[in-house]
Design a protein around this ligand. Structure first.
Ligand code: WTA
Length: 629
């Protein structure tokens, strides 16, 4: 495949990269296209099952597909116990550095021990299989331990990103009906402390289901502890109930593992549900081939565990592969813009997986910062979250990868659970393209009628066959699941992205075609930002749009109509921006709030964000025949 002549700006993999690669491209693509279920079955056999499946794929009730039907397993068992039985027992599973320079590490043995202890703590609080547990923390080992402890006893974890705030947390606690909240007292970000427990206290006043709150001490700043509800993690972990051994809950392949809220087209964030069996096989396989995980590697995914990238490729994927993962708590530029490069040198990181926004942000500071460090341990680089512009790709490739590390530009979603359009080290690369669908996947780009478009034409990106790590449903809302993803073109999964495919069959993802805004790779819905604005006493109506931004990819711009009795002022605008930060989270803070007298709406009252966007960009708003007078 690497000998093939391709059009455009192409980077062919070196002989060493191809030789080293777990993925033998020709074989994998061919095997998976000829025997799709056989391909996944072969991979599933590399993992431990208490009972083997009877059927690889059950498609009798579309789009509610089932994988590895009848199989019994537990993902946490595969992440930890399986390795503890081998010489990997003493291998580092996790290396962690705090923003303040603190250091901790866990072998597979000790990570399993901590997980078992915490699983016993959860059990003692009455958590049983199927219960929901919310986790709200920064990037610290206890987040990983908490997720794995839930998985071990069959509880469903719901991680809320530590950058979210009061209303986002409240909504997720309430929708999931969580029994337990695990929260850190605070987290370090850019040298400052974010008071997570304080935010949680406010959210808890709005949410009623939580019975117990477990508080992890990270910063040691004083927090309010409510008697009868709040307990310290470290105190519970030192009690006899926090025993070192904890039986594993045998899970059905289709039993839920976690839910993760994500923004969609309309309304409230929805809880995407993933399972123990298929998800496990999907993330294990994709990480192994795409990031070419080998025994001796030190792998660093710099995402946050609060998003799907962290679930699949900080926690589950690396542990399933028996890899050594590195986790860093803080900001890339703290205290100086060489922080990341310094840690790559210090820990000898071989694989770095991050987002275009981080690369663009670090590029700004110039080459001197990375050039002060020995980055020669790096072998493979990765990108995720938004399209990577060729300029950033080339900088990453040249300055960080020294022109020897292939870049895996992975396209996927919370819903897909695993990489979908992705290079593998054996494939030639084109800067800005995620190359091709992972072996066996049938993806396409279609027009309004669902017909495939011609090469280089833009259209809707869709997926035409099921895959093991696919979302199973929206928690408690199967109808919304069907409507949202499977109804535009029946039987076909709608990604919500637009893309084009070039003459070589390489995919170029353009961006969202719905009301989702990707800000620094974070996924936010216009609806969340608008409802936060409207929850302010001065605001009658609000509209949010995303506009291109050099570093963030997109930035949020908002328009509001004030209630009568309120007048426009700079201080009110500032207050509204802070209000969105307080309700949704700092990442959702609008770049600007423009106070207007009216908003463009359809006759049925829907805000036409497209018109606002065109106007802001100085473009023709297109068809406005549905615009109200
Ligand atoms: C976007 C993140 C271009 C896309 C894993 C998708 C990308 C959304 C890429 C999902 C990429 C993700 N190139 N766009 N390599 N990766 N996206 O659910 O718009 O947070 O639909 O999952 O991110 O965002 P989510």
């Amino acid at each position: 495949m690497s000998d093939q002549q391709l059009s455009g700006d192409v980077y062919y993999p070196s002989k060493e990269v191809i030789k080293h690669a777990n993925a033998k491209c020709d074989d994998l693509y061919q095997f998976a296209s000829e025997n799709y279920e056989g391909f996944w079955e072969k991979e599933a056999k590399n993992l431990h099952w208490f009972k083997k499946w009877n059927k690889v794929l059950d498609d009798s009730n579309k789009p509610f597909y089932k994988w590895f039907v009848g199989g019994k397993t537990n993902i946490a068992y595969n992440c930890l116990d399986v390795h503890v039985e081998t010489p990997r027992r003493n291998k580092l599973a996790l290396i962690w550095e705090g923003e303040n320079g603190e250091f901790r590490s866990f072998s597979y043995f000790s990570l399993r021990r901590e997980t078992c202890k915490f699983a016993n703590v959860l059990k003692s609080l009455g958590v049983v299989k199927g219960d929901r547990v919310t986790l709200y923390m920064g990037r610290i080992p206890e987040l990983m331990i908490g997720m794995l402890a839930c998985a071990r006893i069959g509880a469903i974890h719901s991680v809320v990103y530590g950058g979210f705030s009061v209303e986002s947390l409240h909504e997720r606690l309430e929708d999931s009906q969580s029994k337990v909240l695990i929260v850190a007292d605070g987290s370090y970000q850019r040298g400052k402390v974010v008071q997570l427990k304080k935010i949680a206290d406010e959210a808890l006043q709005r949410a009623a289901t939580v019975e117990s709150v477990l508080v992890v001490k990270r910063t040691g700043e004083p927090v309010n502890m409510e008697a009868g509800r709040d307990m310290w993690y470290h105190e519970l972990m030192s009690l006899p109930i926090a025993n070192n051994s904890c039986n594993i809950e045998v899970m059905d392949a289709e039993d839920p593992l976690f839910m993760l809220y994500t923004s969609g087209t309309t309304g409230k964030p929805k809880a995407i549900l993933h399972t123990h069996g298929g998800y496990m096989v999907g993330v294990y396989t994709t990480l192994k081939y795409v990031f070419d995980i080998h025994e001796e590697d030190r792998y660093w995914c710099a995402a946050d565990p609060g998003w799907i990238t962290g679930h699949s490729y900080i926690v589950y994927g690396p542990l399933l592969n028996g890899a050594t993962s590195f986790m860093y708590e803080g900001a890339p530029t703290h205290p100086y813009p060489n922080r990341w490069w310094q840690m790559i040198e210090k820990y000898g990181i071989n694989i770095l997986y991050t987002a275009p926004t981080a690369i663009r942000g670090l590029m700004r500071y110039g080459e001197a910062w990375p050039n002060r460090h020995d980055l020669s341990s790096l072998r493979i680089l990765g990108s995720v979250g938004e399209p990577i512009n060729p300029e950033a790709w080339k900088w990453y490739h040249r300055v960080i990868g020294k022109e020897k590390c292939p870049i895996m530009d992975t396209w996927w979603q919370t819903e897909t659970g695993m990489f979908m359009i992705t290079p593998m080290p054996c494939l030639p690369l084109k800067p800005g393209s995620g190359t091709k669908p992972f072996p066996g996947l049938k993806m396409d780009i279609v027009d309004e009628n669902g017909e495939s478009v011609k090469p280089n034409e833009e259209g809707y990106l869709v997926i035409k066959n099921p895959w093991p790590a696919m979302v199973r449903t929206i928690y408690n809302d199967p109808d919304r699941y069907v409507n949202q993803y499977w109804s535009r073109f029946p039987g076909v999964y709608m990604t919500g992205d637009s893309a084009r495919r070039d003459v070589d069959g390489y995919y170029w993802v353009i961006g969202r075609v719905d009301d989702v805004i990707k800000v620094s790779g974070y996924r936010l819905g216009t609806a969340e930002i608008e409802s936060a604005l409207v929850s302010h006493p001065a605001v009658a109506e609000a509209a949010a749009i995303g506009l291109p931004h050099d570093i963030k990819g997109n930035a949020i711009y908002t328009y509001v109509i004030l209630k009568s009795g309120f007048t426009k002022s700079d201080s009110l605008v500032e207050e509204l921006i802070m209000h969105v930060g307080h309700e949704v989270g700092p990442i959702a803070k609008p770049e600007s709030v423009e106070i207007v007298d009216s908003l463009p709406k359809t006759r049925s009252g829907k805000i036409m964000r497209r018109v606002l966007k065109a106007k802001a960009l100085g473009l023709d708003p297109g068809n406005i025949s549905t615009l109200e007078e």
